[in-house]
Design a protein around this ligand. Structure first.
Ligand SMILES: C[S@@+](CC[C@H](N)C(=O)[O-])C[C@H]1O[C@@H](n2cnc3c(N)ncnc32)[C@H](O)[C@@H]1O
Length: 210
């Protein structure tokens, strides 16, 4: 695991939720509600949210999977997971796991859906490919992977902040995944669809095999 990057996210965790609200006008959680509905998850299902951060998505997913289901949030940042823990009511149905997405500590074909929100473009180099392989391994055959990503912001100031953040992360492939995500995902999934979100500032990629 990259220690420097984990530290970066540990510090970022302190202001992360406020930053997201500013960028995506997501104060009511509409965006995450929309993403969880698109998983098609049903009561009793198991759903994994990778790069879960402060676990904003888990509470929505939990409503979908109910008391017989299970949601798991995986992330490599202690800081993010600490904020997540404060927000998430720990029950038998919700778990937070510290893990790098390049090696997911789960059995094969275990999950009914995998989600990744506002994070994939920040994965560096080979990690994107390793992560997509891992997602394919832990998903049940024919079940979906859903990726929520920012569209490039229209507002000049927010756009500059957004680009600065990408540059500061040193992510050479970040711009690629923002603009050519379909081509990358199609290397790992047979079907790749793109839909816009209600805020109009993000997009959801829905991918599946078989
Ligand atoms: C921009 S935040 C997104 C958080 C959350 N998904 C959301 O929608 O608010 C990116 C998250 O990805 C996590 N992350 C980045 N690289 C990772 C890796 N290689 N393995 C696990 N988590 C990683 C960071 O710790 C951070 O919490």
């Amino acid at each position: 695991m990259g220690k420097f990057r984990q530290k970066y996210y540990d510090y970022f965790s302190r202001v992360y939720d406020r930053f997201v609200a500013l960028h995506s006008s997501d104060r009511q959680g509409n965006l995450r509600q929309c993403l969880s509905e698109k998983t098609g998850a049903e009561k009793g299902d198991k759903v994994l949210d990778i790069c879960t951060g402060t676990a904003s998505l888990l509470q929505h997913l939990k409503k979908m999977t109910g008391k017989d289901g299970m949601v798991v949030g995986a992330d490599f940042s202690k800081g993010m997971l600490a904020v997540a823990k404060e927000k998430t009511v720990n029950t038998d149905q919700a778990f937070l796991v510290r893990a790098d997405v390049s090696h997911l500590p789960f059995k094969g074909q275990m999950f009914d859906a995998v989600t990744c929100a506002h994070a994939f473009y920040e994965l560096r180099g080979n990690t994107q490919d390793q992560c997509l392989n891992e997602i394919g391994r832990v998903l049940k055959p024919g079940h979906p992977f859903l990726m929520l990503e920012h569209d490039v912001p229209k507002h000049f100031f927010i756009r500059m902040l957004f680009y600065l953040r990408l540059l500061s992360m040193g992510t050479s492939r970040a711009f690629d995944i923002l603009k050519h995500e379909k081509e990358l995902l199609a290397r790992y999934f047979k079907y790749v669809d793109k839909i816009s979100t209600p805020t109009g500032r993000s997009k959801i990629m829905i991918c599946r095999n078989g």
